[in-house]
Write a protein that binds this ligand. Structure first.
Ligand code: SAM
Ligand code: SF4
Length: 327
């Protein structure tokens, strides 16, 4: 039975877990180039604590979890966490969102402990541009992470591309062409104003509507039923392509009315909405002399406080960096 149903009838069965605020890149829209003040390790939830939180969420109706960050593969022994989560009865799916740099190293082990699926973020196919966007010369490693995921047979392999006017919109067709040759699911995401960083002041936003109009001038976009996921993407396919194209419209056509998720930050805050800085602490319960049952009460409280919708399209901007919340 699912107890995580809010007043608007939204049923939450999906928990996104940020396992670290650290990252080996500095994507300019996500983290300030000088980095962020790193949270003391003591403040970050341990794997045992994360498992307790997930167990409580499962009792209320959560069935799927996704590990994110910061960069989740930087957290030591991340494979063990995936193993522990896979061992929780009631969890049907454990997935990962990663920048891909360490996927070549950990892919095999992650698969062996049952990782179900992976999303890899890559905004450009040009190594020089990659360095400008992320601050690091690691393009080759990300490509090799994507190749590894395909080679291991992880299915689906999704690639997240944040769409940025004047930065990567000249590469739309290069990304699209990848789906003709490989079973990749390329998902274009509208750029969101997030955090106290330079992104909020610039004008890089491009709507998915604009993108689709450009694509349609050259390609036939066929709607497809492909929907292996928990999220708001809707999918198309080019004729005879092996992969698909996904579109995610947090700004131009937000999907708040069907939102099915809660977020857990690395420091143990439960966050009902990506764009609202309202959070509810779980760490005090995990580390205090409290009944574990109280975790469930915080879940129920946070579901009651889930905002109806975000206001990002009106310029509202949440204060935390995306890397702290988990994207
Ligand atoms: N480090 C991992 C990665 O990059 O995949 C996981 C964390 S990252 C915060 C999760 C996702 O959020 C990435 O796909 C990233 O591109 C996306 N993201 C971060 N900031 C964003 C922004 N301002 N607008 C849109 N997407 C953003
Ligand atoms: Fe790191 Fe991911 Fe944020 Fe890029 S998007 S800085 S890889 S957390």
């Amino acid at each position: 039975m699912n107890n995580l149903i809010d007043d608007l009838g939204r049923r939450v069965d999906y928990l996104r877990i940020s396992v670290t605020d650290r990252c080996n890149l500095r994507c300019y829209y996500c983290m300030p180039s000088q980095g962020v003040d790193l949270t003391d390790h003591k403040e970050i939830l341990t794997y045992e604590e994360i498992v307790k939180v997930v167990q409580a969420s499962v009792r209320l109706g959560v069935k799927k979890v996704r590990l994110t960050g910061g960069e989740p593969l930087l957290r030591p022994e991340i494979v063990n966490l995936v193993r522990m989560l896979k061992g929780i009865g009631g969890i049907n799916e454990v997935s990962l969102t990663t920048n891909g740099i360490l996927l070549n190293k950990y892919g095999e082990e992650l698969l062996s402990v049952g990782l179900d699926r992976v999303n890899i973020s890559l905004d450009t196919l040009d190594p020089n541009k990659f360095k400008r966007i992320t601050g690091y010369d690691q393009h080759r490693q990300v490509i090799s992470g994507i190749e590894k995921a395909l080679e291991l047979g992880l299915d689906p392999v999704k690639v997240n591309v944040v769409l940025m006017k004047g930065i990567n919109d000249d590469e739309i067709f290069d990304f699209i062409n990848l789906t003709k040759e490989k079973p990749l699911h390329i998902r274009f995401i509208e750029f969101m104003p997030a955090g106290n960083n330079s992104a909020k002041d610039d004008d890089r936003y491009l709507s998915i509507g604009n993108l689709k109009a450009r694509i349609r001038k050259r390609e036939r976009l066929l709607p497809t039923k492909f929907n292996k996921g928990n999220g708001p993407a809707y999918y198309y396919q080019l004729p005879n392509a092996l992969g698909t194209l996904g579109f995610i419209t947090p700004i131009s056509n937000h999907f708040c009315s069907s939102c099915n998720r809660l977020r857990l930050t690395a420091t143990g805050q439960l966050r009902p909405c990506l764009s609202s800085d309202n959070e509810y602490g779980l760490k005090e319960i995990l580390r205090g002399n409290k009944e574990i049952k109280e975790l469930e009460e915080v879940f129920l409280k946070s579901i009651r406080r889930k905002p109806k919708e975000h206001q990002m399209e009106q310029g509202d901007n949440f204060f935390k960096n995306m890397s702290e919340i988990g994207g």
